[in-house]
Design a protein around this ligand. Structure first.
Ligand code: AVJ
Length: 322
């Protein structure tokens, strides 16, 4: 970006940064981690030995491919496979290959908040599985859901992998699931991944890897504010901190100021003070069990049709109908 072409600043981003950093205690939304650098860091997270989620879900999709694909099958009109938060589609490709090789009639509609992710995925698919019909879109979950209301022509299978729902507190998750339900007709399905409660140490390790990739991912929020809003955060003055409450199943990420200091955000003309050990809450990654998922489903008017788990029961994909 040159000085003649200032970045187009997303006004929601500015507003949310302003609100979050002037609130007590301070917070920032994890959805803003995912710019190009954030996407790349998340790719690295998925490769970490500690980050079991991706491996478990990959294993589920690889071992139950036919069963899952057949559950998706609709009538002769086929179906739209809509994936919210598609990312790099690494796991989905297993399903797409199977569906294509077995002549399922479907269109794949990947949706992601990252334009960059959608572009890369669409390109990769043209090369790797040229037979699959891809129609991707950039967008946020809730905003895209409204557009989905219009797709009433044939069966929809909505897929949300990666335990992405875990970034939402239960109330917001119910709101999200209810809105999904509103967009669904009787034949439609929802296929969604939920990371399960397990040994708390496993969970802490997954969000606090030794190599510091997760720390860099979390700090990318500050880097992005520096880049896009002209701030002067020094990320070395913040420590990544993870906490897991085995009672509620909530993993919480923080950035903790290790010094008393001020930062300045130019485009907001905002000075922000940090006391030593003051926190910015950045992310929640909720863990579930069948009871909690059952409750979320009931509250949202959905029912669980089947579940698919990895052999250790670390992770489960649930198939819902309305
Ligand atoms: C992409 C939201 C599922 O919460 O596990 C990974 C993001 N954060 N490491 C998660 C994440 C820290 C991830 N989700």
């Amino acid at each position: 970006m040159t000085s003649q072409t200032p970045p187009i600043i997303d006004s929601a981003f500015r507003r949310d940064v302003l609100n979050g950093l002037t609130h007590y205690p301070k917070y920032l939304y994890s959805k803003y981690i995912y710019d190009e650098a954030g996407d790349a860091l998340f790719q690295q997270i998925m490769e970490l030995p500690e980050y079991y989620l991706t491996k478990c879900e990959f294993e589920i999709l690889a071992t139950h491919t036919a069963e899952i694909a057949n559950a998706f099958r609709g009538n002769e009109n086929g179906f739209d496979l809509i994936e919210l938060g598609a990312g790099d589609g690494k796991k989905t490709k297993i399903l797409l290959k199977y569906l294509t090789e077995n002549n399922f009639n479907f269109v794949y509609k990947p949706i992601d908040i990252s334009e960059n992710a959608i572009d890369k995925l669409s390109k990769a698919l043209t090369e790797e599985i040229p037979e699959v019909q891809v129609d991707g879109e950039k967008g946020e979950y809730f905003e895209v859901l409204e557009r989905l209301q219009g797709f009433t022509s044939r069966k929809k299978v909505i897929m949300v992998l990666g335990s992405n729902i875990g970034n939402l507190l239960h109330d917001r998750a119910i709101e999200f699931l209810s809105k999904l339900n509103d967009t669904m007709s009787d034949e439609d399905m929802l296929f969604m991944g939920f990371d399960q409660k397990k040994d708390p140490q496993r969970i802490l390790d997954a969000y606090n890897d030794k190599t510091g990739v997760t720390a860099a991912f979390n700090k990318n929020l500050l880097v992005r504010i520096n880049k896009e809003l002209g701030a002067n955060f020094d990320v070395s003055k913040f420590k990544h901190w993870e906490r897991y409450d085995p009672e509620t199943g909530t993993a919480k990420s923080f950035l903790v100021a290790t010094e008393d200091h001020d930062i300045y955000i130019e485009t907001l003309d905002l000075k922000v003070h940090f006391d030593i050990w003051e926190t910015i809450h950045t992310e929640i990654s909720q863990k579930y069990d069948d009871k909690v998922v059952q409750w979320l489903a009931e509250e949202s008017g959905l029912r669980i049709e089947t579940t698919f788990a990895d052999p250790k029961n670390y992770y489960k994909d649930y198939l819902f109908r309305k």
